[in-house]
Ligand binder design. Structure first.
Ligand SMILES: [Mn+2]
Length: 283
């Protein structure tokens, strides 16, 4: 049974550079359910990734990756206590000299992660999110902690937001982000120069949240809410390269909303490859 990213032996926490924290949290998914199974499926199918990168000529080792124990959510735990549990686990596992990568789960997990980072980091940081959706509703289906409200809650924490790939949302989403001056780059309207200026103007520390529905469903339909006319993997890597070129420090990263399709491990492998690509570019 493969239960670590890259099927690494997990013998070298001390030597490892990248910590993967599985967060199989799912309470409010609204279309296709199943994102609670995402960490397990992505990790299970990551074993076949190539550790050698022929572009950078860099060879990664299994031991570079350490998969932490998945967070367990007791069935009776309510939403707010579940979010507190995530916040606590993030604080416990944060290490200045390692890169933390969070694997969801629904997008709501980004809120407690950000709350933990606010406590952990002395310096300010801003958030860049890759997403088809604004996620800027005040509440959705009766919950303030729906995945559709996560960026609104994070904004209320005083975090500066930049969204890329956005193409679906309500009038409320749109008007709120416009009124508050939140920088949104709509899908297929991305302008490199404007984005680069934005990156120059924000904090040196950046937290990155990747909702897999940022990508066009022709590339990756295995998400909770697939939206057409999305972005490519090349669009994604181009943005990450700009972050790197502008000398920003990525303090943490999450990957959320993947929803495994039974009998299609290929999608889980693509999701794992996207994660690894981000790691290769940023760290
Ligand atoms: Mn989304």
């Amino acid at each position: 049974m493969v239960d670590t990213f890259f099927d690494s032996e997990n013998l070298s926490y001390k030597e490892s550079k990248y910590l993967i924290l599985p967060i199989p949290y799912e309470r409010t998914t609204s279309f296709v359910k199943g994102t609670a199974k995402a960490p397990e499926e992505i990790i299970k199918n990551s074993f076949s990734l190539e550790l050698f990168d022929s572009y950078s000529e860099r060879e990664y080792k299994d031991e570079d990756f350490f998969t932490l124990k998945s967070i367990e959510f007791p069935k009776k735990l309510n939403i707010e206590d579940s979010l507190d549990l995530i916040q606590k686990k993030v604080k416990e596992n944060f290490k200045e000299d390692k890169h933390l990568i969070f694997l969801g789960g629904e997008h709501t997990i980004t809120l407690p992660i950000i709350r933990a980072y606010k406590e952990l980091l002395k310096e300010n940081f801003s958030l860049l999110y890759f997403d088809a959706h604004y996620d800027m509703r005040d509440s959705y289906e009766g919950s303030k902690f729906s995945h559709a409200c996560v960026m609104r809650r994070i904004y209320e924490e005083g975090i500066k937001l930049t969204g890329v790939g956005i193409r679906a949302g309500s009038k409320e989403d749109y008007e709120f982000s416009k009124k508050e001056g939140i920088k949104i780059f709509k899908a297929r309207e991305f302008k490199e120069e404007i984005f680069r200026e934005r990156v120059k103007s924000i904090e040196k520390n950046i937290y990155i949240s990747v909702d897999f529905d940022y990508f066009d469903p022709s590339i990756l339909p295995a998400v909770g809410t697939p939206e057409i006319l999305g972005e490519t993997i090349e669009d994604f890597t181009k943005i990450l390269k700009i972050i790197k070129e502008e000398g920003k420090r990525v303090v943490g990263m999450d990957f959320v909303e993947f929803s495994p399709v039974k009998g299609m491990p290929q999608y889980s492998y693509i999701a794992a490859s996207i994660m690894f690509e981000a790691i290769k570019i940023l760290y």
